[in-house]
Ligand binder design. Structure first.
Ligand code: FDA
Length: 402
């Protein structure tokens, strides 16, 4: 049997959170090994933001994150926030731009972010072990002992940065949850988030609108997002839908205002009728929603006549229907398509300052594995950077005996 190599800390997962944590701890003098079963680091970073990585959001605030404890993210976001990450990006001379709603993207490629995170890891302090699954993981008097391939490694600290189960084909797994439960750390039930929603059979006629996009206000319960919605062959996607999907649970209704610019106006087509009674209702409606959508909506409501032949109450009914189109999604598109996961390692079991578990000294959880989920728009990477940074600092501050 090969002798175990010892490190100050082992970081499991070479995604955004793990690499940030390793870089910070390495710069503060810790010897860190980053272990990942993928054969390349940062695969989700590489495909994010259409290959340009939406790496943070200028509007980063704790109220843009979902968690059973809405205060938990405050400390880490406050200590290493969007401005700190932007300063790092600038230091590495990576050009960026704001696309919309505070979302920052690389001008060039997401590869620059992965390279930056790797360059932040001092080579004499941080090493990577890629492409081998962990076959054993134990905790004993000498700390954590892991086996992968032919190697055996030990460390007094283990940082679990293995993300959530969204997009398994990129190496995502529920490993963090299994490990948490094994060490007595509770897990909040995970759900797919930032994910398309499927329409029920009763709304099957909308599926023919695949490819049609329109500006909406989407609501689930008390939360509302004004952005684009996109019809797909099975349901709805687009930023507004992805945002509300994180709040949606089976059985909930989603409400869409399909004419948000008309701000609750229910008399618009009654006035239009008075002004142009011969005009086709479809043409009138087509000024506010895409023509194909207008057709389906009018067919549903049984309205086909020119404006002048429509009763005022039907025209008001149309406006009401468009301001509040309700549907009960049949399901989400699942973890196969979800950008992130809502739920995860219960923050009640973690220190918000260090990400260390209360249950077992030396065990940390960071990034998407934790029950903190950001809105669409760079918030999730910011959480990865902030939580990874917090744990990296803590590793350096703790006398780990390595
Ligand atoms: P992440 O999942 O990135 O990394 C986990 C690592 O652990 C992976 O390298 C994985 O291989 C490894 N791992 C898993 N199980 C393991 C095991 N058992 N053993 C060893 N290693 C294991 N966010 C955002 O803010 N802006 C954006 O533009 C996008 N875009 C985007 C696009 C797409 C298509 C997706 C799927 C997601 C996004 N996101 C995003 C979300 C973002 O990618 C996500 O929040 C972060 O990658 C989470 O970072 P972590 O480091 O926590 O996990």
């Amino acid at each position: 049997m090969t002798e175990a190599e010892s490190f100050d800390a082992i970081v499991l997962g070479a995604g955004g959170a793990g690499l940030m944590c390793a870089g910070v701890a390495g710069q503060l003098g810790r010897r860190v090994l980053v272990v990942d079963h993928n054969d390349a680091p940062g695969r989700k970073i590489l495909i994010s933001g259409g290959g340009r990585c939406n790496f943070t959001n200028l509007e980063t605030r704790p109220d843009r994150f979902l968690s059973a404890n809405r205060h938990f993210a405050k400390s880490a976001l406050g200590r290493f926030g969007a401005a700190h990450f932007i300063a790092m990006v600038d230091r590495h001379r990576i050009a960026w731009h704001e696309k919309t709603l505070g979302q920052l993207f690389c001008d060039g490629s997401a590869r620059q972010i992965v390279k930056m995170l790797l360059d932040e890891c001092p080579p004499d302090r941080v090493s990577l072990a890629l492409g081998e699954p962990v076959t054993e993981l134990e905790h004993g008097v000498s700390g954590f002992r892991l086996r992968f391939g032919a190697r055996q490694v030990t460390a007094p600290a283990l940082v679990v940065a293995t993300g959530g189960p969204s997009i398994p084909k990129l190496g995502a797994s529920g490993f963090a949850y299994d490990l948490a439960r094994r060490f007595g750390v509770p897990v909040i039930a995970p759900h797919p988030a930032l994910v398309p929603l499927w329409l029920p059979e009763s709304d099957a006629d909308f599926r023919g609108l695949s490819g049609v996009a329109t500006d909406v206000v989407a609501r689930v319960g008390k939360v509302a997002f004004r952005e684009a919605a996109l019809f797909t062959h099975r349901g709805l996607s687009g930023p507004a839908i992805l945002q509300v999907s994180s709040y949606w649970r089976p059985g909930d209704e989603v409400t869409l205002d399909l004419i948000p610019d008309l701000a609750g106006d229910e008399d618009i087509w009654v006035r239009a009728k008075a002004a142009a009674p011969k005009r086709a209702l479809a043409a009138e409606l087509g000024q506010h929603v895409p023509a194909r959508l207008a057709e389906v909506l009018l067919h549903r409501l049984g309205l086909a006549a020119p404006l002048g032949e429509c009763r005022d109450r039907d025209l008001r009914r149309l406006a009401q229907a468009l301001h509040g189109w309700r549907f009960a999604p049949a399901d989400t598109a699942g973890f196969e398509k979800a950008e992130v996961t809502v739920g995860g390692v219960d923050t009640a079991a973690l220190s918000s300052k260090t990400m260390a578990t209360n249950a077992l000294p030396g065990l940390y959880f960071v990034g998407e594995a934790v029950d903190v989920t950001g809105w669409l728009g760079g918030y999730n990477f910011q959480w990865a950077w902030s939580s990874g940074w917090a744990a990296g600092q803590a590793l350096a501050a703790t006398a780990t005996g390595g």
